[in-house]
Ligand binder design. Structure first.
Ligand code: ASP
Length: 320
């Protein structure tokens, strides 16, 4: 009897710290997986890390204050859209005609509600317009002129398309460097146990006018389900659409009972070919995956247990 009581106590002692380890919130952010950070100037690397640190603090602030994962995702992505360093919002890459056509999506893992915009030209913050598609319409995806008209109706901040076309991107567009990537994304678990994901991009440099990538496609570039995980992708969108990568990570967890990191790793390294891009994900237990198969991915992550990651290059502390 005494031995039994001791064993019960011991089991309780051993499992208590494990139970306490589940973080109350977790957040991960990406700023694209294109380019090789080793080839950037120290100034460029410092600026990127500073921007990621700034938005990570912002997202953590929302979650620590008991805010929703949806709010954290939208706030973080708005900031990244406003920062010309990243290929989303201001500073987006330009299409074959030299214009900016932006894509974004957001998803609520609690209700599976989602909203997206594709090829939009005048909304200052496409991620907020995507959220309005989710909350103010019965649709999931609005595109091009219709989405621009919806932006006018919703009275969101509007800008001239030139606002997005920074001198740096015009210069690069003139040099026609194709395949440039630098999309932004955010996934979060809030203290209420709800997951959310969002992604925003200018797409691929020199893309054909009208081309839509994976970022506004639910299940390809963005996905969230409270039962599994929240995912945001970056990379050559056509491949992410073809393989429904964001949903694939969730499905692997649901149908194969894979861990978040195993699921993200399989999608990134088995399904996709090397050099395609990256993925960030957080699961319902607060686990975080940051994985990529390019030379680097601008990324940041934090949780309530003190995790704090801001990285650009190939060191992958959390990929497996
Ligand atoms: N996935 C984006 C697209 O194909 C680009 C990127 O992530 O950089 O539009």
């Amino acid at each position: 009897m005494r031995t039994f009581a001791l064993a019960v106590l011991l089991i309780g002692y051993l499992t208590a710290p494990l139970a306490a380890e589940t973080p109350k919130y977790a957040i991960a952010i990406h700023g694209g997986a294109g380019g090789d950070p080793a080839r950037w100037t120290p100034k460029q690397r410092t600026a990127r890390k500073a921007a990621l640190t700034r938005v990570l603090k912002l997202g953590v602030g929302v979650l620590e204050g008991g805010g929703s994962s949806l709010d954290a995702v939208e706030r973080v992505i708005r900031e990244l859209e406003d920062d010309p360093i990243f290929n989303a919002g201001r500073g987006a890459v330009l299409n074959s005609e030299g214009g900016a056509e932006l894509d974004a999506s957001i998803m609520d893992g609690r209700t599976k509600a989602c909203g997206a915009v594709a090829s939009v030209r005048i909304a200052k913050n496409p991620i907020s317009l995507a959220r309005l598609v989710m909350t103010e319409t019965r649709h999931v995806l609005l595109a091009a002129h219709g989405a621009d008209r919806f932006a006018e109706e919703m009275k969101v901040d509007l800008v001239d398309n030139d606002y997005f076309r920074t001198d740096a991107q015009i210069k690069r567009w003139k040099a026609i460097k194709a395949k440039e990537q630098g999309t932004v994304g955010c996934v979060a678990l809030d203290s209420h146990g709800n997951l959310a994901a969002g992604t925003s991009t200018g797409g691929l440099m020199n893309k054909k006018y009208g081309r839509v990538g994976d970022s506004p496609i639910i299940g390809a570039g963005t996905y969230a389900d409270n039962r599994t995980c929240a995912v945001s992708c970056t990379g050559v969108g056509e491949h992410y659409i073809r393989h429904a990568i964001a949903h694939d990570v969730s499905a692997r967890m649901e149908y194969k009972q894979q861990s978040l990191r195993a699921a993200a790793h399989a999608a990134m390294h088995k399904t996709l070919k090397p050099g395609m891009g990256g993925i960030i994900a957080v699961d319902k237990d607060g686990n975080i995956a940051l994985d990529f198969n390019t030379a680097g991915m601008s990324r940041a992550a934090a949780d309530a247990n003190g995790k704090w990651i801001v990285e650009l290059g190939s060191r992958k502390p959390d990929s497996r």
